[in-house]
Design a protein around this ligand. Structure first.
Ligand code: SF4
Length: 468
């Protein structure tokens, strides 16, 4: 498997999210090699639809979800949310787009800041959006960006003072030594004061040939430049930011009231008591409760699209069912569109309308949920389904061969079909030509030269040998 193609995409005006030819590559140090995490993936979602994204660990499904959020920015390709290409958006525009699509991460505990209280964690997206609603002047924007990385006012003084003070001392010493040396008849003659002491340590002969002012000029210029930067950072930029800061402070009480009410509402929606949960920190909750907090944080901005990256894989089975039911309820209540990323096909079957199967950074099959579970056309999909344990011993296991071996390295993926090194139906053509997604039936697309609806290579050879 492993193919490219856009045959499965629907009309742009029908869909909420359209991902076109998404590529994510990571460099391998300075070797010139790259990890092909996601290669030419195209997907789309209608409003209110749930797309299940499945595959083995390392197939690129989580990276696809993150790249849709622009975390990280894709290497190439387009992500269109409601017709707007967010791959070209930056800063405030990107944050505005992200407020329409939120992500729930795999490990609920590590995705919550352990030092903050639940009230602050859940309100954080609201705070970011509220602050973005106050326009910045270019200077105050630069000041915000700068101060966000630094500790405080005194840190500025110390940081720039550290740089300017040695330069000042060096400039003064150079001036003194140069002046004294130039006034002397030669380096052999006695000098006095600091210059005398320094002359014992260094040979001042070169200073005599160069005018003192020329020696000191570079240091004085460096000092002046540093002092100018310091003046801009510590005086001009904070003053330019004052009007916006005043507006933010005036509006803060109103924002706090509204944010508090919204946080209470979403915590209540996900089944947590706001009065008990809000003052606590994440370590005081179980894994399932932490995942509910993550869901509350994702919902607080009223997003249209929720990307759930293996939201139940780190939870107990009983808690998994609770969280899945909660997601279903929230989807119905808020009209959410979901991307549900998982390696557990049994879980995906229950929540998805449509399923896309990924292998080594490529999409190999896309179909409606029931269709793909009943009639998988790609050998990889069939092997994945056959690996689901059947709890009822009276029901025969699926006949497809189990997957064996490891995923090939994404640094040097196989030529042609990326699944060919593990595929029982692989033939010569699979190594030479990459399969492209094509329609098998209405809504069912597969990237395979010899899908399971057609005879396998061995059967084809037998049929050819028997042919008259
Ligand atoms: S039959 Fe060929 S194209 Fe199809 S999955 Fe196997 S290796 Fe890939």
């Amino acid at each position: 498997m492993a193919g490219s193609g856009t045959a499965h995409l629907r009309r742009p005006d029908e869909v909420l999210l359209r991902v076109e030819n998404l590529v994510v590559e990571f460099p391998v140090g300075n070797t010139g090699l790259k990890v092909n995490a996601v290669s030419d993936v195209s997907l789309d979602l209608r409003p209110g639809e749930t797309l299940g994204l499945v595959g083995e660990s390392g197939c690129g499904k989580s990276t696809t979800g993150r790249a849709i959020m622009q975390l990280p920015k894709p290497t190439s390709g387009h992500v269109l949310l409601d017709g707007q290409d967010i791959t070209t958006a930056t800063g405030v525009d990107l944050r505005a787009a992200r407020s329409q699509m939120q992500m729930i991460f795999q490990d609920p505990i590590s995705s919550l800041n352990p030092r903050r209280r639940v009230a602050g964690i859940v309100a954080e997206p609201l705070t970011v959006r509220w602050l973005d609603s106050f326009p910045h002047s270019p200077v105050s924007r630069a000041w915000e960006a700068y101060t966000r990385r630094l500790v405080g006012w005194w840190y500025h003084l110390w940081r720039w003072g550290r740089l300017t003070l040695p330069l000042l001392i060096l400039a003064a010493l150079t001036w003194v030594v140069g002046t004294r040396a130039a006034e002397s008849a030669g380096p052999e003659e006695e000098l006095s004061g600091i210059a005398e002491a320094l002359s014992k340590l260094v040979d001042v002969t070169p200073f005599v040939a160069v005018p003192a002012a020329a020696l000191a000029a570079p240091f004085v210029a460096a000092f002046a430049a540093t002092a100018a930067v310091w003046l801009v950072l510590v005086v001009v930029m904070p003053i330019a930011a004052i009007p916006r800061t005043v507006k933010v402070r005036r509006d803060r009480p109103r924002f706090r009231r509204e944010a508090d009410a919204k946080v209470r509402e979403v915590l209540d929606t996900v089944g947590l008591d706001p009065d008990i949960a809000m003052p606590k920190r994440p370590h005081e909750f179980s894994g399932g409760q932490c995942q509910r907090i993550c869901i509350a944080r994702a919902l607080v901005l009223d997003p249209h699209l929720l990307i759930c990256d293996e939201p139940v894989s780190s939870l107990d089975v009983s808690v998994q069912a609770q969280v899945l039911n909660l997601l279903e309820d929230l989807k119905a209540r808020y009209g959410l569109t979901l991307i549900f990323i998982a390696h557990d096909l049994a879980v995906v079957k229950n929540v998805s309308d449509r399923v896309a199967v990924m292998y080594l950074g490529k999409v190999c099959e896309v179909a409606l949920s029931d269709e793909i579970y009943e009639r998988p056309a790609h050998p990889y999909s069939a092997a994945l389904l056959s690996s689901i344990p059947e709890p009822d011993p009276t029901i025969p296991q699926r006949g497809a061969p189990r997957l064996e071996g490891e995923l090939p390295s994404p640094i040097a993926p196989p030529s042609g079909c990326r699944f060919r090194t593990r595929c029982p139906r692989a033939a010569e053509r699979c190594a030479e030509e990459e399969p492209v997604l094509r329609a098998l039936a209405e809504g069912h697309f597969v990237a395979c030269h010899f899908p399971l609806t057609e005879p396998a290579a061995a059967e084809r050879e037998v049929a050819a040998a028997l042919a008259p």
